[in-house]
Write a protein that binds this ligand. Structure first.
Ligand code: ADP
Length: 494
């Protein structure tokens, strides 16, 4: 892919004031009820730039009411599916036309590599078109005379008002996985982006009306956890779709349970990369570079637990340490950078606290383990070896460029270690033995298993977690089920 790398952008940004955006409620661009705002911080420079409104409970209520009224009015959900499909396709085209600008904004918000965010913006556009195509496939089925004298069929109907709460690490792709299937099936949506990355989501809001999506069908409120909590607690929210931490997911599920609102949760992971002694080690290292270090570990599916078969363990550690030490970290806008900074001071504090923990636990560090001398929120790509199963670094999701490595003797032990975690989001299996690969695919308890590759994805393939990694699946045709209720119809024909 030909990636357009913006030159001189940092200088341009430094010379101009950042955007002061508003929220989208009921088709209007509005400030917060009390006028409060908060600033976004560029993780590369540590400097504040644009600002967004700090929504109040009144704003959240207005957004949910607008979504509810749009749903009740039925303009969107009763629109022919072909028209909803056309609007989503147009939205995809509008996103694609602004992909570069959207990607730059995401980089300025979360500090991830421009190449990743640009590729993601194009994928975001094609996701909109994919769910546009699926809009015309939503259907029930007939059951011919289930009882004598009766005819019956099913309908798939939209659920109502969907709250879409998104994180900062991949703000728009994770939004698209919620917004597009929700719209394809006729729901109304209130989006609450992460307080770290609100501006890119508001940019998408600017395209909604132009795509032909009626006022009130898509609303965006900005703010931190309290705004999310007000949204989740609103009685007119019928379903909550959330990607974020396990702790917040549990809080949301508990609130939703009280009024029996539906939830889909995509939570964290501590995904194993399982390296057998017959693996192509160059390919494994490329998988670790792209699946862990390139995102600075800020991906829910990061392959951060590395299991290596005993016979190749020492040689593999040498190569992994060399890989980590040679990662070129720097400005995420620079095409030469292989890793950007962490996204926020909170994330920096969290990751460096694990460095302290590793020192306290006496872990063997073979690369990194420090914060380099730089104004941005950088940490070194880091590898700990011989990490025990009860180490906090083995058990917990760090969300930083930190690998923990452990050895195993045989396939049975690899399976036991891989599954000895409360998470189950993804796993990588590296082997040239086809039969063993198939046994591992069955044995590993995770929502995605990659064999001899890592962290590839496509909108046709479902994504989600086993165990504490979540509830439900996003993307793929299965996603339509998450945004529809099944209605069964009986007709007396006797
Ligand atoms: P992280 O700690 O990685 O930022 P969070 O789970 O806290 O992950 O955040 C993910 C999203 O959830 C963000 O949009 C955040 O504002 C939102 N959020 C945080 N706390 C709550 C809460 N109690 N209820 C609803 N949303 C929340």
């Amino acid at each position: 892919m030909n990636i357009p790398f913006p030159k001189g952008l940092r200088e341009k940004w430094a010379a101009e004031a950042g955007p002061t955006t508003r929220m989208l409620i009921g088709g209007e661009w509005v400030d917060a009820d009390d006028g409060a705002r908060f600033a976004c911080t560029d993780p590369f420079t540590g400097q504040e730039w644009g600002s967004v409104p700090q929504a109040t409970e009144t704003d959240v209520d207005r957004a949910v009411q607008a979504a509810h009224q749009a749903f009740e009015a039925g303009v969107w959900r009763h629109m022919p599916a072909a028209s909803r499909a056309a609007a989503l396709r147009k939205l995809g085209d509008l996103i694609e036309a602004r992909a570069e600008e959207i990607a730059r904004t995401e980089v300025r918000e979360n500090g991830k590599l421009f190449s990743e965010m640009y590729y993601g913006a194009l994928a975001f556009a094609s996701d909109a078109r994919f769910f546009g195509a699926l809009a015309e496939t939503v259907h029930g089925y007939t059951i011919d005379r289930p009882l004598p004298g009766f005819s019956a069929w099913t309908r798939r109907e939209p659920i109502g008002v969907i709250a879409a709460i998104t994180p900062w690490n991949t703000p728009l792709n994770l939004l698209g996985w919620k917004l597009f299937p929700a719209l394809a099936t006729g729901n109304s949506v209130v989006i609450k982006p992460s307080e770290v990355t609100p501006i890119s989501t508001l940019m998408v809001g600017e395209l909604i009306a132009e795509a032909g999506i009626p006022s009130g069908v898509v609303n965006i409120v900005t703010g931190a956890g309290a705004v999310g909590q007000a949204l989740v607690s609103h009685p007119l929210v019928d379903k909550i779709c959330f990607t974020g931490s396990g702790a917040t997911g549990a809080k949301i599920a508990a609130i939703a349970a009280q009024r029996h609102a539906r939830v889909s949760l995509e939570l964290g992971g501590k995904s194993p990369n399982i390296v057998f002694d017959d693996a192509d080690i160059d390919a494994v290292l490329a998988g670790i570079a792209s699946g862990l270090f390139s995102t600075a570990g800020q991906a829910c599916n990061a392959g951060s637990r590395i299991l290596v078969q005993q016979g190749i363990y020492d040689a593999f550690l040498d190569r992994l340490a060399t890989l980590a030490r040679n990662v070129r970290w720097g400005d995420p806008l620079d095409p030469g950078s292989q890793m950007g900074p962490l996204s926020s001071t909170a994330q920096l504090a969290k990751v460096t606290s694990y460095f302290d923990c590793a020192r306290d636990e006496g872990l063997r560090v073979i690369a990194g383990g420090n914060r380099p001398d730089h104004g941005g929120f950088f940490v070194e790509p880091t590898v700990y070896a011989d990490v025990a199963m009860d180490s906090r670094l083995m058990l917990e999701e760090i969300f930083g460029p930190v690998a923990v490595v452990i050895s195993f003797q045989d396939e049975a032990e690899a399976i036991r270690i891989a599954n000895d975690t409360r998470f189950g989001l993804a796993a990588g299996v590296w082997t040239r033995d086809l039969a063993r690969a198939h046994r591992m695919i069955e044995a590993v308890r995770a929502g995605t298993v990659w064999v001899n590759t890592y962290r590839v994805g496509a909108h046709t393939i479902p994504f989600g977690g086993f165990k504490a990694s979540g509830i439900g699946r996003e993307t793929g045709i299965d996603a339509l089920d998450a945004y529809t209720e099944v209605k069964s119809v009986w007709v007396n024909i006797s």
